[in-house]
Structure formats: C-alpha cells, structure tokens
Design a protein around this ligand. Structure first.
Ligand code: PAF
Length: 281
C-alpha cells in the first residue's frame, strides 16, 4: 500500500494505472475508519483491479457551528486498517494541498438538500460536492463507493455525477447493521446501556413501515404517525424527523409509489442517530 500526499503525484499514479488499463474503485472518506468504510473497501476490491481510498477532513463541508478541529483523526490507525484490507493507495492530502488559497470556484447544490439532515446543515452538501468534484478529477475512478447510511449524500452525489458528466459509476453500498438491526455508527458508543437497547426500535420502525406499505397502506401521514408512536413507546429520546420522499430526487410524494426513502433522525442524550430504508413500491 502506498500513501500519496500530493495531487501531482496522485495524478501521475492514476495515469500509470490508466496506461495499464486497470480499473479503479474509489472510496472517499474523512478518515477515522469504521466497519461502514471497510464494507465500501471490500466491495471496491471485489469489483476493481485497484482500490484508492482518500482521507481528507474537508473544511468546506463544516458549518460555522460545527467543530472542524474536534473531528476525530488517527492516520496511523486508519492506515493499519487500510493495509489489512489491501487498499492499494491512500490519498492523504493536507488542507493546503487541496485548498492552497480560498477557492475561486465552488459548487452550489440546487436540489435534494433542503430536506432531511440537509435542512439543518445549510451549505454542507455544497462543500461535499465541491471536494468530491476535485477528488473525482484527481482520481478519475471507474467506480466510487458511498454508504447508504447517508442516503442524502448518495442522492447528492448522484446529481453531481449526472449533472457534471463524471465518467464514473456511483455504487451505493448497503448499511452495515448490528444483529438487532441498529445501523453501525461510531456514535453508537455514546449511547448509555439502556439507550443502546432502545435503539433497535429505530430500524424496527422502518421495517414496520415497509410492512405497512407492503400490505397496502398508502397514507404517508399514517405511516409516519405509526413509526412515531412505536419509537415513542419504546425509547427515551426524541424524534428529530421522520420523512418519506421519492428517491433519489428527495421530492414530496403526491402518491406513494416508485422508489422511495423512509428516513429518520433520532436524538438520544448524547448521540443523534440517523437511519433509512429505500424501497420500491
Ligand atoms: O462521507 C464523508 O465522509 C464525506 O462527506 C466525503 C464523501 C468523504 C466528502 O468529504
């Protein structure tokens, strides 16, 4: 495994790979790797000759009230994990390398951002789109891998790839779950023992909603209310949102049909958890 820290060196390596006709699977991350990232790497390994993983904590996607400096970082640990997973290259640029000065061009995402978590993080997805556009240009992958845990990010990246004609395939990878269905997240360690037990209701409420839809329920409000009462009866935190939209457009549905997302965010005492289910009705 090689660690590359400059854009020019990464571009040279990518050119050599292209010359040899090798396919490149790309896993963009902000580091502090967990099982979710590992599942992306494993899928990328299966489907490509070469896997490039980037680690870059992107300042552009942090809001004024979000603590960029407090974002966890541990390159030694990350590179150990990547090595064990047989990643071929880690692209690990500094902030100065990626943004040597205030960018003269940034992207503004026009759709799919004013709902779900995007509604409380204005500008976040502009930062995500801008850094990914840069990274896609440098790495020129054949396929890029993103976890469906952040389904809104996947929807935004889908728009980015289509609108800017990046010649690459977006591969959404299913959320990795604990045995009781709880989506794996580095935030789960912040749950108390009681909250951890309660947290399984989040995924259960999503699968209950799917069951309701499969048995013919089409009233979105009825489905959301059922989820709300299930969660309320079985846990001590508060629902931030439960929303249902078309997917990946993330638009309001007149009629519950086609590809849809049921998404939720939930606040426990010390952790905000998100989860979702995408299904075709
Ligand atoms: O999901 C993330 O870790 C980041 O948003 C990403 C895709 C690496 C862009 O900075």
């Amino acid at each position: 495994m090689r660690v590359i820290t400059t854009i020019s060196q990464m571009q040279k390596e990518v050119q050599l790979l292209k010359n040899e006709n090798l396919s490149v699977g790309y896993v963009p991350t902000m580091g502090y790797l967990h099982e979710g990232h590992i599942s992306l790497v494993r899928k990328a390994k299966e489907e490509n000759d070469i896997v490039i993983l980037s680690i870059f904590v992107n300042p552009l996607q942090f809001g004024p009230n979000e603590d960029l400096d407090a974002y966890p970082r541990d390159f030694e640990r990350d590179s150990e994990i990547a090595k064990n997973e047989k990643v071929d290259f880690i692209f690990y640029p500094s902030v100065d390398e990626m943004y040597p000065s205030k960018p003269s061009v940034t992207l503004v995402v026009q759709k799919r951002v004013d709902v779900l978590c995007g509604s409380s993080r204005p500008g976040h997805f502009d930062g995500v789109a801008t850094v990914l556009a840069k990274l896609f240009h440098v790495i020129q992958p054949n396929r890029a891998y993103f976890g469906m845990k952040d389904a809104q990010q996947v929807a935004v990246v889908d728009g980015l790839i289509n609108d800017l004609h990046f010649p690459l395939e977006l591969i959404p990878v299913e959320t990795v779950r604990e045995e009781d269905g709880l989506a794996k997240s580095s935030r789960n360690v912040r749950l108390t023992a009681k909250e951890r037990e309660e947290a399984s209701i989040l995924y259960k409420s999503l699968t209950e909603a799917e069951k309701q839809i499969r048995s013919g329920e089409r009233n979105i409000q009825v489905i959301i209310s059922h989820m709300q009462s299930l969660i309320k009866q079985n846990s001590s935190g508060t629902v931030d949102y439960i929303e249902i939209y078309s997917y990946p457009e993330l638009e309001k549905l007149e009629v519950l049909e086609g590809k849809i997302i049921i998404a939720l965010a939930f606040k426990f005492s010390n952790a905000r958890l998100i989860d979702n289910l995408v299904l075709t009705v």
